[in-house]
Write a protein that binds this ligand. Structure first.
Ligand SMILES: [Zn+2]
Length: 338
């Protein structure tokens, strides 16, 4: 048994391209937008997981062989806790220490956390992000700069995701979820400001969603693997963002920072992506946990690393398969490390 908790990754910038795109508004030629497209290559990736029989958190390196049980995907497990210590140090810099506490408890029905971790500082932070608890300004998780971002899933998919992530996680957030292209919209003072913007944008524009369906996100990445032109898609994404944020900014009563997000887009849209060049084509992808369970059940596989939002597995008798990281995260998985 194991429970995957986090991704560890190193990456480097492989290219940076400046583009200019004109956005059409119906039949009328619209404004020109500047786009800065940065592509990153993953140089090393591993999983942080609880492994049955081992204490604490284990690093599962690329190249590790796994044997999956017949029905590998079990119930969700309490996320445990993440401890964050923060102290000022020198010229306004902060000393940060972060460590993870393991937990094997299955939470009560409709709950994410077990009773022990429900009211931890991390628990209160996560519950705030899901919208069920008020902010907690003394909690260190509420005092970190937080990034507001958007994700584009490809030309056939009109919805853009809007989301937030603590700056500590940074670009690694785009390795945890299927990401075709991501735009960095604003670095907010804290999660409270970022969440207020995220909620306003997703409610005020039909194009934004906080949680698009996994099936459509996987389909978007599959389309990208077919070799669409990233520069063209980055231009489409920038125009879709301009339209969506303009729609939200035109509505009264939102946070003042919405206007600043819009101004930022008009100056330059900063788009990032992770290279998928290293993947074979075609590659099999799983869009549902049921498909993934049937494919992996009873087989051995080698974990090859993390591709944008997926575990890259070489499955015996099947070949290369991409399984969304989200199917593994915080879930009891019947697999042993060989
Ligand atoms: Zn727990």
């Amino acid at each position: 048994m194991l429970v995957v908790r986090a991704i560890e990754a190193s990456f480097k910038l492989s290219s940076m391209t400046r583009l200019s795109t004109s956005c059409r508004l119906g039949l009328i030629p619209g404004p020109k937008l500047n786009v800065l497209l940065s592509e990153y290559v993953i140089t090393r990736s591993a999983l942080k997981a609880q492994v049955e029989g081992l204490e604490g958190i284990t690093t599962v390196q690329a190249g590790t062989r796994l044997r999956f049980s017949r029905n590998p995907f079990g119930p969700r497990v309490c996320p445990g806790s993440v401890h964050l210590e923060m102290a000022p140090s020198g010229e306004g810099l902060k000393y940060l220490r972060l460590w993870r506490e393991a937990c094997w408890s299955i939470p009560p029905k409709n709950a994410v956390f077990c009773p022990k971790h429900f009211n931890s500082r991390y628990g209160r932070y996560i519950r705030f992000v899901f919208g069920s608890t008020p902010p907690d300004p003394l909690n260190p998780f509420f005092r970190l700069p937080t990034l507001l971002y958007s994700i584009y899933y490809g030309p056939g998919y009109a919805t853009l995701k809007v989301g937030t992530t603590l700056i500590l996680k940074g670009l690694r957030r785009f390795l945890e979820q299927p990401t075709y292209l991501a735009a960095l919209l604003r670095l907010c003072r804290n999660v409270e400001e970022a969440r207020a913007l995220e909620t306003w944008l997703s409610r005020s524009s039909r194009r934004f969603s906080q949680a698009p369906s996994m099936r459509s996100r996987v389909a978007g990445i599959a389309a990208r693997l077919c070799g669409e032109d990233l520069a063209t898609e980055a231009g489409r994404f920038a125009c879709a963002l301009l339209n969506a944020v303009s729609e939200a900014a035109a509505r009264r009563g939102g946070p003042a920072e919405v206007a600043e997000v819009l101004a930022g887009i008009r100056r330059c849209v900063r788009v990032i992506t992770f290279s998928l060049e290293a993947l074979p084509r075609p590659v099999r992808m799983c869009g549902s946990i049921k498909d993934a369970g049937e494919l992996l059940g009873g087989r051995e596989a080698v974990f090859l690393g993390i591709a944008s939002g997926f575990l890259d597995l070489d499955v015996e008798g099947v070949g290369r398969v991409l399984v969304p990281y989200e199917f593994f995260r915080d879930r009891l998985v019947g697999a042993e490390l060989l």
